[in-house]
Design a protein around this ligand. Structure first.
Ligand SMILES: Nc1nc2c(ncn2[C@@H]2O[C@H](COP(=O)(O)OP(=O)(O)OP(=O)(O)O)[C@@H](O)[C@H]2O)c(=O)[nH]1
Length: 598
């Protein structure tokens, strides 16, 4: 155990975590350079394209230190986005140390701080690393000052690195060996192991990633998940060397995987404790919580006959994504689909992209909603996330909505712009403090519903890219909610209904009408678009009919050109949805979601 080091790299998005992981893997020779895929840990397509890490993957690196001693370095990869902060927390609970990566030109940002606090909660030894020192805009001294004053860490321990150029990599490995403590734990105690991740393998079922805290686990053992008391017989245990390498047993301090005939990843819970059925440990690890979705939206196929395909795709996706929940849903306008729950807006976008790309589906998503607690006059309380299920307002006694605590870090010259944005979003400024280099940390309490649309984009734009943001849900508070409906030629389009705060409803209604007007193509008749609350119309826009026959031009002339045009039209149709007499393009549904820009 003395020669094991378990650690994660934590960083703000884009500070170079994946690049550094790749370098560490390369430096320890477990894959030959020729086979080395760039950013081997970010194996999913979308992750690579968007450059963000979503699913953690772990690797065990054999390393021979300068002293000649051999070490096993378990690098536990963590997702970098706020939507996945619980996964980060569980991964950190499996570690003794963390490498805190800071971009030399960007400095300390909101998630740098948030991640460092998480690491401190788990009592981890933290090594600061200043990355991207090769950049012309790198300012090492400034970042060192931030490390000292904003993070309270010793700047002299910071390692200077460029993951891209391969500078400082050996120092990082030596730092892990010399500065991080080895794991503690009792190999002879009853088995206690922490699940920090799982993924699905089509041939072997669920692969559970875990850290052994105490005891031993080997193939043939009957194990028990302490959350739901489910028992399984272990078929295989082993470690990650990019590929899985089976081992006879894993003991206290080690990190690896197990295969135990588990059908889907939702049977295992990130954060749960595994023990032996015959000889259990006394108590599970503390801090377990189930990940709860906070943002909800319905997904419909554009072509109604693609429902079955969507159902199959959802099922497959769910195998690998325990956080995704869904149930069947139906809409008058859009037919059959699924009501889904996500960890946040990024999670939603990732799911949508995967469905569209990997399963070649064309989808319509309804406006994302948070969960409201609604108490009715008869004293019962309902949790509502779907506008379609919103009760008759006369029956409602009281409605509450979730609030977040948002931490925003910006250069102080943007203070006014951030304040304006947050106040517009019904935020309450709770606190602010100066950090080094004229930067401010501003704390707001804001309704989650105001953040799920486009808050992060807006923050980036009003701060010219300098603002960074992190949030936690804190509580539910009283709110004044209304249901905004959209009518097209008098027909209510249920998929466009939204639950909004009364204060914001008129503006939202107006924006939705304007956007729809831009998106809905002219047709042979006039199209009236209206926003309504209850029976009352609050906004309207009109798409006027064609004035002349635009297809007339195409008659006569080249037949192949005409055919091409027809084909193009047919393709275009696929992305249109008929609502009553009116054809609405898929983009119109999306534009309503994004109608928040101020
Ligand atoms: N110049 C320079 N660029 C770097 C360095 N390290 C990483 N980058 C670049 O920074 C960008 C982000 O790097 P990633 O490794 O994907 O960042 P990440 O922290 O893993 O991002 P998430 O996965 O979203 O958390 C990429 O374009 C990298 O090529 C470095 O040392 N120098």
């Amino acid at each position: 155990m003395k020669h094991i080091r378990n650690f994660s790299i934590i960083a703000h998005i884009d500070h170079g975590k994946s690049t550094l992981s790749d370098r560490l893997i390369q430096a320890t020779d477990i894959v030959s350079d020729r086979d080395f895929k760039d950013q081997i840990l970010d194996s999913m397509d979308i992750e690579r394209e968007r450059g963000i890490t979503i699913k953690s993957q772990t690797v065990c690196l054999p390393y021979r230190a300068k002293t000649g001693q051999h070490y096993s370095l378990n690098l536990i990869d963590t997702p970098g986005h706020v939507d996945f902060s619980y996964e980060v927390s569980r991964a950190l609970a499996s570690c003794e140390g963390a490498l805190l990566l800071i971009d030399a030109s960007q400095g300390v940002e909101a998630q740098t701080l948030a991640n460092m606090y998480l690491a401190m909660e788990h009592d981890l030894e933290i090594i600061p690393i200043i990355n991207k020192i090769d950049l012309p805009s790198a300012d090492v001294e400034r970042v060192k000052a931030q490390i000292e004053e904003d993070l309270g860490l010793d700047p002299d321990t910071a390692i200077l690195a460029s993951a891209k150029e391969g500078i400082g990599i050996e120092e990082v490995l030596e730092g892990a060996v010399n500065l991080l403590p080895p794991p503690e734990g009792d190999p002879d105690a009853p088995l206690k192991a922490l699940i920090f991740d799982s993924h699905y393998d089509p041939f072997r079922g669920t692969i559970v990633h875990f850290r052994v805290i105490d005891g031993k686990i080997r193939a043939g053992d009957t194990i028990r998940f302490m959350f739901n008391n489910a028992t399984y017989r272990v078929e295989e245990v082993g470690i990650f060397r990019i590929v899985r390498v089976p081992r006879k047993e894993l003991t206290a301090g080690e990190v690896g995987y197990m295969i135990a005939g588990i059908k889907t990843v939702s049977d295992t819970r990130c954060g749960d404790t595994v023990t032996l059925h015959s000889h259990p440990c006394d108590a599970p690890m503390s801090g377990f919580k189930e990940t709860k979705p906070v943002v909800f939206s319905s997904i419909y196929p554009v072509a109604s006959d693609a429902y079955e395909e969507l159902a199959v795709a959802m099922e497959k996706l769910k195998l690998n994504d325990a956080a995704l929940i869904y149930e069947k849903d139906s809409s008058v306008a859009l037919g059959f689909g699924f009501r889904c729950g996500f960890l946040g807006l990024l999670h939603l976008e990732v799911v949508q992209e995967r469905l569209e790309r990997e399963y070649d589906l064309s989808l319509i998503l309804t406006a994302p909603s948070v969960q409201y607690e609604i108490t009715l006059n008869d004293g019962t309380t309902e949790i509502i996330d779907n506008p379609a299920l919103y009760p008759d307002p006369t029956l409602i006694q009281n409605t509450r909505e979730p609030y977040i605590r948002a931490a925003i870090i910006v250069p102080d010259r943007y203070m006014g712009a951030v304040m304006k944005l947050c106040l517009e979003r019904r935020g309450i400024n709770k606190n602010y403090q100066y950090l080094t280099n004229n930067r401010l940390e501003m704390i707001f309490e804001i309704p989650l519903a105001e953040v799920v649309y486009d808050f992060y984009d807006r923050l980036k734009s009003v701060t010219q890219g300098y603002g960074s943001f992190d949030y936690d849900i804190i509580d539910y508070r009283d709110t004044d909610l209304v249901k905004l409906d959209i009518l097209i030629n008098g027909d209510r389009v249920d998929a466009l209904s939204q639950l909004v705060h009364r204060e914001r409803s008129v503006m939202r209604g107006r924006r939705a009408c304007e956007k729809l007007k831009e998106e809905i193509p002219r047709q042979m008749f006039k199209i009236a678009i209206q926003g309504a609350i209850g029976g009352k119309i609050i906004s309207r826009a009109t798409v006027s009919p064609f004035r002349k026959d635009v297809t007339a031009k195409c008659y006569g002339g080249d037949i192949s050109r005409k055919r091409k045009l027809l084909e193009k039209q047919k393709k275009g149709k696929k992305r249109m949805k008929m609502v009553g007499q009116v054809e609405i393009p898929q983009s119109a549904f999306l534009s309503v979601l994004k109608s928040e820009g101020d």
